[in-house]
Design a protein around this ligand. Sequence first.
Ligand code: SAH
Length: 475
Amino acid sequence: MENKKKKSYRPYSHKRSTPKDVLVKVGQKFPLTIKRLGINGEGIGYYKKKIVFVPGVLPNEVAVVKVTEVSPKFLSAKVMSIREKSPDRVTPLDEHANIVGGFELEHMTYAAQLAFKKDVIAQALEKFQPRDWQSINLRDTIGMQHPYEYRNKAQFPVRKIQGELKMGMYARGSHELIDLPVVHTQDPLTMTVMRKVRDLLEKQSISIYNEEKNKGTVKTVVARASQTSGQVQLTFVTNTDGFPGDSELIQAIQKELPQVVGIFQNYNPGRTSLVWGDETIKLWGQDYIEETILGKTFQLSPRAFMQLNHTQMTVAYETAIAALDLKHADRLVDAYAGVGTIGITLADKTGEVRGMEVIPEAVDDAMINAQINGIDNATYEVGTAEQLLPQWQKEGWIADALVVDPPRPGLEPALKKEILRTKPEKFVYMSCNPSTLARDLVELSKVYRVDYIQSIDMFPQTPRWEGIAKLTRKK
Ligand code: SAH
């Protein structure tokens, strides 16, 4: 055992100096004891003091592993056999769990997954060490009663491989498309629609995209379900701007899939790593599907952002509402607003809401969403949080309550500076990245006390983390 400080074992800090004498080759096999899980759910062990990452293994397991990558700082390896199994190991429900992404923890009991998600934020705090980090109350992760069938959107590429139509996900680290008739994390509504659409594409001989030749039409199919209304929105992402055979296809979908209320085509020509192109046209049906969150209605166009898990999104918003404890006179900022879901569900409880978001279409949607819910004290603007918050406050509109919900890179320095300057009394930080949350708390904890961090399992069976920090201005 090592006797250095525990900190140097943490997956965030790969600063460990690499012993120069470790000579390892790709293909080499050795037994490895797994010490813990890293931020991506991979097992971590040490071979002659060098860190080794191995997907699919659990803490305290002893596995025979085979080296797949040698780099100066770490080794990657795959499991050949497991000599000592963890009591937390279970058989994954999905046959493809260790082939495609999105099931990195499915071989672990759900209780152990929830414990992992609490540990991930603990590790991040230990790495960044914001003020009083050791006394921050880390609440037990809120999990789902049924941690499957939650994903409200399926976005699967389609390809014809040796005459067979496949629709699913790519095998990890390869370009092999795996046909996926069953995916236990998907809302069954999305899978029913996807599989039927797959059959119709085949039956009606619709042109399918061929990547090698960069020819053909349908590249990706996207089905998004409203988990409160049961409506489904269907989008075909195409390589060509024409869509031969689309009217027969639409007729068949109308007949066979009454849950589909709108069909769209998104034009995204050529070989590109982006799923969506800029142009979306409606082929048939309703412009939107409607989703309800905490009694408010939201209209979703095909590109509008919505959290993937309705149940846990609701839990997250309820947690944020409880943490903010708004008064009717408060001025609330909904920063990184998306289509305004957070601000609109909170508008009744506060004096005024102002939100900002960088995507103009999302801001348009947010304004419509405020309107259809009869909310007249919420406005949304296009722009960055770091630019608009200082501008509003300079003009005299001073926020006393703030919710931030940034993407993975966390808060811009300019935004943190403005928060530290004007110190809104109530502050909730929703985060999808424990690492940048812990980093941002280093500065924010100069002015704010972190009352608690509540982890919420938004993505069961995966290592993805989501959590809410309640901050209170220090006296
Ligand atoms: N709060 C919303 C959306 C969160 S996702 C919800 O709960 O659904 C984060 C959003 O921040 C994205 O919509 C993204 O477009 C937006 N965004 C990214 N950088 C931003 C910035 N600098 N300022 C404001 N919004 C930003």
